[in-house]
Design a protein around this ligand. Structure first.
Ligand code: G
Ligand code: MN
Length: 263
């Protein structure tokens, strides 16, 4: 009798091949220049509509080979979309979200080498969530990434219910402050103190700060005033297709440095 067991590799491969990276700008709060992009996976329909790849990737969590295929797809996008822009323009980076299990198990490095990305290491930043960074797997991933010359960012900082002391113990480059710490800081004195404390902590650890989920000019001005370095969020831009990256780098967001005049 013929074996009718579905081949899970082909089941998973088809949607993975339709994944593509879109890029959300990370903006210098002082100059309004674009300093980086976070690559976010999207599924683009034939009619051009794009939706998040989050739910698909969620279903693959237990399937290491499928996750590696997603990471491979992401790195191919980086190679095609971002390296030509790296070659043309200095001083910006791309950040990527990769499961720490894939990094720690040594399966990232061969992909990076096959795509000749190793020498761009300092301009490729791996984001690990606070929770991931503090797990055993996460610590191993931080070590492997740093050995490969890749920078590391803590994502969603403030949501991990973790000990600060442990974050301090890891050598990290960038602290991404979660939106849940940003929004209340404009209206609550204690939340504002907490935010200022985090900025001071990052400064003393020589970590750059990125505020996530910035949606209004009030938030952008406040974050600049308390010394946060960079911001990311709908206030400036959603993730855009690769073709728009160069224009954003050239143009920046200078208009957003001015408080709108009352009319
Ligand atoms: O935590 P992480 O950096 O992975 O989050 C990226 C996600 O945040 C993306 O799915 C993106 O669509 C979403 N996002 C980006 N900017 C904003 C914003 O300004 N507000 C909110 N609520 N979500 C945002
Ligand atoms: Mn992220």
């Amino acid at each position: 009798m013929a074996d009718t067991t579905p081949d899970t590799t082909t089941i998973h491969r088809a949607p993975i091949d339709r994944l593509t990276a879109w890029y959300q700008p990370i903006v210098d709060l002082n100059t309004a220049e674009v300093r980086g992009f976070e690559a976010l996976m999207r599924i683009v329909e034939p009619d051009g509509r794009a939706h998040s790849a989050g739910p698909l990737i969620e279903t693959l969590q237990q399937d290491a080979d499928a996750l590696v295929a997603v990471v491979e797809r992401l790195m191919v996008c980086i190679r095609e979309d971002v390296v030509p822009v790296f070659e043309r323009q200095g001083d910006f980076y791309v950040s990527i979200n990769i499961p720490p299990s894939i990094i720690g198990s040594g399966r990232l490095r061969p992909i990076v080498e096959a795509l000749d990305l190793a020498h761009w290491g300092r301009r490729i930043v791996v984001e690990l969530t606070e929770r991931q960074a503090l797990s055993d797997e996460g610590r191993a991933a931080v070590r492997v990434a740093r050995e490969a010359g890749i920078a590391v960012a803590v994502d969603d900082f403030g949501t991990g219910h973790s000990g600060l002391a442990q974050i301090v113990g890891l050598e990290l480059d960038i602290l991404k402050i979660d939106r849940s710490l940003v929004t209340p800081a404009l209206t609550s004195r204690s939340a504002a103190r907490l935010l200022r404390g985090i900025v001071g902590l990052a400064e003393s650890l020589r970590m750059r700060t990125v505020a996530e989920g910035v949606e209004s000019i009030e938030e952008a001005f406040y974050l600049r005033a308390v010394g946060v370095d960079y911001g990311q969020g709908y206030f400036w831009s959603k993730a855009v297709p690769a073709a728009q990256m160069s224009a954003l780098l050239d143009r920046g967001f200078a208009a957003t440095l001015e408080w709108p005049a009352a009319d």
